[in-house]
Design a protein around this ligand. Structure first.
Ligand SMILES: [Zn+2]
Length: 399
């Protein structure tokens, strides 16, 4: 890997340990498994619980790296599927790797591409060896296997790579969920066998839908493998909040003594993040805060503002009085409402800065409560701050 000037060599504790995870505090109480921790990666430390903004095409839409830092981001996610198709992992490797390519010197996680193959690509055929599909960009036939997904991620060079999996929506029939889970297990072993980049961690994905028996089997199997962290996939789909909580009540107790970070893939609304933290999750990612921002939905304590509402055209107040973001420090609701109506590009940048600042500040508040030993007592105020905002609302644009 070509390293950026001024970036220290990673402190790798022993062979095969590109990340170190420490639990600093745990919260006790009925149904509470929240914990404070830190993940040390090749490019820096990530405090947990933490939210990872999604940079689909090696950019968080409308933001530059300085914006992301100002929002409080310490790690971002990039999409293997998208970068594999365009501009190509070999090109990014020739240009010095993903960190240099996107101008981001902090930690990066890449997902494996499994979710995008299932959710975005056309004419996909999953066989035992891999997935054949048509590119959503140009219709060309493409193929990803566990080995190639690892090769792509080793070329991209994120701090954390993820094993190739076969996700399905939680509502699919049990036989289909089980078949995909078993394939995910075989692909997990192949991903591990293929991975040999010593400065890069590899996380495995637990599947099993919302069936307790399948979730338990998948948790036991994936946790038995020498991954550096454990992803929980196949949720944040079409399950109910109760089904999600029940699935986490199966997975997390089985991992009670497991020393690795737990990452619930695809969850992004503050209310959902808080509940998952309560259940013991450390890491999250979602396009949701940025996507709803581009739809003029601004998250504020206790709810949201729809800047397309004509009432805001005359509102001189900031979107959120005490918010330190680029938008709220300098501009009014009236100005942002005008920018959205005029379809000015600045609207997307300012609104995205605000929603990510709100989300990352919310995670910081959760960590503060955990650090102070006051998480159970803080749940009421944290829930009030998260409001009723739930995933799924206004999520109409493709990733
Ligand atoms: Zn703001």
């Amino acid at each position: 890997m070509t390293r950026e000037p001024g970036i220290a060599e990673p402190a790798v504790a022993g062979a095969g340990a590109p990340t170190q995870f420490s639990v600093l505090a745990t919260a006790a109480g009925p149904g509470i498994r929240a914990r404070l921790g830190r993940v040390e990666t090749t490019h820096g430390v990530v405090e947990t619980p933490q939210f990872m903004p999604v940079g689909t095409n090696a950019t968080v839409k409308a933001l530059d790296p300085a914006d992301l830092e100002a929002c409080g981001a310490t790690i971002v996610l990039a999409n293997t599927y998208h970068l594999f198709l365009r501009p190509g992992h070999e090109r990014i490797e020739r240009l010095g790797g993903l960190h240099r390519f996107m101008g981001w010197d902090h930690p990066i996680l890449t997902d494996s591409g499994g979710f995008q193959v299932v959710s975005l690509a056309d004419a996909r055929v999953i066989d035992e060896d891999g997935a054949t599909f048509r590119s959503h960009l140009d219709g060309s036939q493409q193929r990803l296997t566990p080995e190639l997904a690892i090769e792509v991620q080793e070329a991209l060079g994120p701090d954390i790579a993820v094993a190739f999996d076969h996700p399905v929506y939680p509502s699919r029939p049990r036989a289909e969920v089980e078949d995909a889970m078993e394939r995910t297990h075989r692909w997990a072993e192949r991903s591990l066998a293929a991975h040999d980049r010593p400065d890069q961690a590899l996380f495995g994905i637990i599947q099993g839908g919302v069936d307790p028996e399948l979730r338990e089997r998948s948790t036991r199997f994936i946790a038995s493998l020498p991954f550096d962290g454990l992803c929980i996939g196949g949720l944040a789909g079409d399950e109910t909040p109760v089904q999600r909580a029940d699935a986490l009540d199966v997975v997390v107790p089985l991992l009670a003594d497991d020393p690795r970070p737990r990452y619930l893939m695809g969850l992004g609304s503050p209310a959902d993040l808080l509940e998952a933290v309560r259940h013991g999750i450390d890491l999250f990612d979602s396009v949701l805060p940025a996507r709803v921002a581009r739809n003029a939905q601004l998250w504020i304590p206790g709810g949201r503002l729809n800047l397309r509402n004509a009432a805001f055209l005359d509102d001189p107040a900031p979107v959120q009085e005490d918010c330190p973001c680029l938008l709220c420090r300098r501009f009014s609701r009236a100005y942002l409402a005008h920018l959205f109506r005029a379809r000015e590009l600045l609207a997307y940048r300012l609104a995205t800065c605000h929603n990510l600042t709100f989300t990352l500040d919310f995670m910081a508040r959760i960590r503060t409560a955990l650090r102070a030993g006051a998480f159970p007592e803080s749940l009421v105020s944290l829930r009030a701050r998260a409001g009723g905002v739930s995933r799924g609302e206004v999520a109409v644009e493709p990733a």
